[in-house]
Design a protein around this ligand. Structure first.
Ligand code: GAR
Length: 352
């Protein structure tokens, strides 16, 4: 491995060498507490902005003050060693305090890379002033979705605490699955989604699950365009059982669930439906509500039984129908209500 900078002096020497050759030093900073693929991809992108990359690494005391007791998971010496072992990284410098302002002022990088939802305007004032003073160009890079240290920690905590294991069935975009998973990641739902299955091979829900690091599998539905074959029902059942799932959530699953799933997961199989059941069962319930001219509709979480959209109701949320609603606007508002209702209903159900 080529020699890497490990302190300010060696990083400054690297900067001077680059400058003399008309080349550019890229700088970024962070805690890098538990390195994951998102970090690796982000750092490769940052490195590609210039000719060498130096990382400002929050010291152990700094990580503790930013993220709380129990962090960092790895010591600053270990974090530095791991970062400097990456091909994209030319040096790592540990800094104290919450901000890398002093390090930026001392190193005067040519390019500063920052990840996430920042804009050059929303950067920390002090850091921004130090960058401006050094004449540093600011570049915002998008983060890799679904890869995060907090997500990894939540997963490990769930495994450790043997939280209830959820399997999700979905055919579409998976926004309700995302609402469940986000509630888990922020700690408001003590559960773990362990498996996502879809009857649609290119359903967005499968990609979204994979981005969270969750196993996601396409179950071929069989030859009939609208049915889920007996073989598909059995494969779904067997996969959920093999994954030791405690609760199955149908989140936008557009096929009728039959045996052996109904018996295999009796009392542990629920669905979210976009109407106030028993009104507007079946497909595109929001359109049915618009056509019926009702002033109010909503969404329902219910147990799944052999009758379509007929199982016992667990929870409901109301949504008003507005005078200028179209099918699209009404469905969007129902979905917002669904994203609140589903994690809450699952949380209540898992307490039983
Ligand atoms: C949701 O609105 C859900 O209620 C509906 O499909 C949508 C899936 O969205 N389900 C049904 O109509 C079931 N009969 P999502 O894939 O973004 O969660």
């Amino acid at each position: 491995m080529r020699p890497k900078a490990t302190d300010l002096t060696t990083a400054q020497a690297l900067r001077a060498k680059l400058e003399a050759a008309g080349q550019k030093l890229v700088f970024t900073n962070g805690c890098f507490d538990l390195l994951h693929a998102g970090h690796v991809r982000y750092l490769a992108e940052a490195r590609a902005l210039g000719d060498a990359l130096v990382i400002g690494l929050n010291s152990d005391a700094s990580v503790r003050s930013l993220k709380g007791e129990g962090r960092p998971l790895n010591s600053e010496a270990d974090r530095l060693e791991v970062l400097n072992a990456l091909e994209a990284v030319d040096g790592t410098v540990i800094f104290e305090g919450d901000r890398a302002t002093d390090l930026i002022a001392a190193l005067r990088p040519h390019i500063y890379a920052k990840g996430g939802d920042y804009t050059p305007e929303s950067l920390h004032e002090g850091e921004k002033a130090a960058l401006d003073a050094a004449g540093t160009e600011i570049q915002i890079l998008s983060l890799v979705p679904g890869k995060s240290t907090s997500g990894t920690i939540a997963k490990m905590a769930a495994d450790d605490a043997s939280f209830p294991r959820i399997g999700v069935l979905g055919s579409g975009t998976g926004s309700n699955f995302v609402a469940l998973q986000e509630a888990i990641l922020v700690g408001s739902l003590k559960a773990e989604v362990v498996l996502v299955l879809s009857d649609v091979s290119d359903a967005k829900i499968l990609d979204r699950a994979r981005n969270y690091g969750i196993e996601a599998i396409h179950v071929p539905p069989g030859d009939h365009p609208n049915r889920f074959s007996a073989a598909a029902q059995k494969e779904t059942h067997d996969r959920l059982k093999a994954a030791r799932v405690d609760l199955v959530v149908c989140a936008g699953f557009m096929k009728v669930v039959k045996e052996p799933l109904l018996s295999g997961f009796a009392g542990k199989l629920i669905n979210i439906h976009p109407s106030l059941l028993p009104k507007f069962k079946g497909l595109e319930a929001w359109k049915q509500a618009l056509e019926a001219g009702v002033p109010e509709t909503g969404c329902t979480v219910h147990h799944v039984c052999a009758g379509i959209d007929e199982g016992a109701i667990i929870a409901q949320a109301k949504v008003p129908v507005l005078a200028d609603d179209t099918a699209t606007t009404l469905h969007a508002r129902i979905q917002e209500a669904e994203h609140q209702l589903l994690p809450k209903a699952v949380g209540e159900l898992l307490k039983i």
